[in-house]
Design a protein around this ligand. Structure first.
Ligand code: ASP
Ligand code: MG
Length: 446
């Protein structure tokens, strides 16, 4: 079997859902489980309605409820050309009735607990899947009967063992070639049956969890890009989809600002040895990226990412020479001040490191001044070159610096996992640095 996950933009309206239906029909021989997000920006709308109710504005909350209802009814009407089946009509009425009750409760109490918020937020996926399941003529599964979580409302932790057992009992029997089973992303339930959510954007996570529990052949994440790109196309127009990406590469890219799906969310599938593909709903025949535990990529550098602004601190101590304990003392300050450090480069008597631009510097500097002098360089960018073959490609550093030409590199750091080579440049040089590096190190290789 395979899992197909479609995000909010892929099911935003009737036309989008029609396209998704084509893709699902094409996958019918592979016993598909279809995991859907809420339609378009419905989840935002539900949060907005809930907050409005919490503020005591019941009329405002109900107006928002009606807007959401109109959008769902319109989609259903268009999909069924005016002849919405009675059971779908009833389901929509019931779900919007439930939403109204919840909003009234919140407005009366002027209290919105994470638990209430999850109950309200769950409506988005429950609605979109009702509409779609009716349209495709598939089985509808309440994800809450399978996707067991703890009671961490708002960002509940899934319980993979329980999910596997529940999937075997409730979900596996529904799967069959020629039939689509449609369920919700993002939502789950506790052992006591209380509705939970996995946190915003949680549908990818759901898809990976279902895939792992069922031992799927593949988890397909359908979205609005042709996979993961070699660089931000807004900066490097010739950026291309990456055919194969390792999980470690995806994690590095995400940490350094690439718009990759969050790797933690696909970990359950990758751990279970299931490939995850990222595909474009509107261009199903186009390119896509396969993310798996390990890949043998063809290039030393798979992709580039950058993050800015960051601040570089240069901490120098004349007493550091031949002294032990300086680094311990230095990092103790960062630890105590709760400041996380991204890159570190050490020289004989100084240490350069990067911190986020919005870190309050004054208390840090005060503590560090007790034993060192500190230089502050703001407005810098980190550029990360990521690739599994970085470590085994001789001469790469030289090529990289040659590619950069007159762009001044202020710091270089090779990640301990040896698949990330990061450098720091002035923020205003970042785009040019990315273009040059991409041309020579990424685009230049087949
Ligand atoms: N609908 C949820 C959200 O907007 C989950 C998702 O789309 O993945 O956050
Ligand atoms: Mg989403």
């Amino acid at each position: 079997m395979i899992v197909l996950k479609f995000g909010g933009s892929s099911v935003a309206d009737a036309a989008c859902m029609g396209q998704v239906a084509e893709l699902v029909r094409a996958a019918l021989p592979r016993s598909p489980l279809v995991v859907l997000s809420a339609m378009g920006k419905t989840t935002n709308g539900l949060f907005d309605a809930a907050k409005t109710a919490e503020g005591g504005d019941l009329a405002g909350a109900m107006a928002r409820q009606r807007t959401l209802m109109a959008a769902h009814r319109k989609a259903a009407d268009e999909l069924f050309k005016g002849a919405v089946p009675e059971n779908l009509d009833t389901a929509l009425t019931d779900l919007f009735g439930e939403l109204e009750l919840l909003l009234r409760g919140v407005a009366l109490l002027r209290e919105l607990s994470p638990r209430s918020m999850d109950a309200i937020a769950s409506l988005g996926e429950r609605l979109s899947t009702r509409v779609f399941a009716a349209f495709i003529g598939g089985a509808w599964l309440d994800a809450r009967t399978v996707l067991r979580t703890d009671a961490g409302f708002g960002e509940a932790a899934p319980q993979p063992e329980a999910i596997r057992a529940l999937a075997t009992g409730h979900l596996k029997p529904l799967l069959a070639p020629g039939r689509a089973v449609v369920t919700q992303g993002y939502i789950g339930a506790t052992e006591d049956g209380l509705t939970t959510t996995l946190g915003r954007g949680g549908s990818d996570y759901s898809a990976a969890l279902f895939g792992a529990a069922l031992g799927a052949e593949e988890v397909q994440i359908w979205t609005d890009v042709e996979g993961v790109l070699t660089c931000d196309p807004g900066i490097v127009p010739e950026a291309l989809p990456i055919p194969e990406l390792s999980f470690a590469e995806a994690a590095e890219l995400a940490a350094f600002g690439a718009k990759v799906l969050h790797p933690a969310t696909i970990q359950p599938a990758v751990e279970a040895g299931i490939p995850v593909t990222v595909r474009h709903t509107q261009k199903p025949e186009g390119r896509f990226t396969t993310i798996s535990a390990e890949v043998r990529t063809g290039r030393p550098i798979t992709a580039l990412a950058s993050r800015s602004p960051v601040t570089v601190l240069t901490v120098s101590s004349t007493r550091m020479l031949a002294q032990s304990g300086f680094l311990a003392r230095l990092f103790e300050v960062f630890g105590r001040r709760g400041v996380s450090v991204d890159l570190v480069a050490t020289a004989e008597v100084s240490v350069s490191l990067t911190v986020e631009a919005d870190v309050p510097l004054a208390p840090l500097i005060q503590d560090l001044s007790a034993f060192a002098t500190v230089g502050i360089h703001e407005g810098r960018a980190i550029i990360a070159a990521v690739g599994e073959r970085l470590k085994s490609t001789p001469g790469l550093g030289a090529r990289l610096l040659t590619a950069l030409g007159d762009v001044n590199v202020e710091m270089i750091s090779m990640g301990a996992n040896e698949i990330n080579l990061s450098l720091v440049v002035k923020q205003e040089h970042a785009a040019e640095a990315l273009r040059r590096m991409h041309r020579v190190l990424v685009g230049g290789h087949p």
